[in-house]
Design a protein around this ligand. Structure first.
Ligand code: ZN
Length: 124
């Protein structure tokens, strides 16, 4: 597969610098959470409560995490934790994107090593 990001035009030094830059942009890996936040408005089941007339309680925040094969887990996130949790989820996506870019750079560097070695061999 050809690199779509134009890495082929960069010098090896520029590639290494870009890789270093990406590594620096990585959020702290202790502050990561995979999952998504969903907001729900709920009824409590008490027929005398205002929620029975349509004025539902909420928002109540839930974290949902897919565990594979259709299994999910998660739970309620207290309101005061929502922005922190949202930040951890954002970090997870940032890390994924950055690691993918670093992988691309490393593949490009490996490709060049291989090309250089083949050139040497041909020269004998
Ligand atoms: Zn209610």
């Amino acid at each position: 597969m050809k690199a779509s990001s134009g890495l082929g035009r960069l010098s090896p030094l520029a590639l290494r610098q870009r890789r270093q830059g990406l590594a620096k942009l990585l959020p702290p890996v202790t502050q990561i959470l995979r999952g998504s936040l969903v907001e729900r408005f709920v009824t409590c089941g008490n027929p005398a409560c205002r929620c029975a007339q349509g004025e539902r309680h909420g928002p109540i925040w839930y974290l949902t995490v897919t565990l594979g094969r259709g299994r999910t887990t998660g739970g309620i996130i207290p309101e005061k934790k929502v922005s922190e949790v949202r930040g951890w989820i954002d970090n997870y996506h940032k890390v994924k994107v950055h690691l993918e870019k670093i992988s691309e750079i490393n593949r490009e560097l490996l490709r060049r090593d291989l090309a250089r070695q083949r050139k040497h061999k041909r020269k004998g």
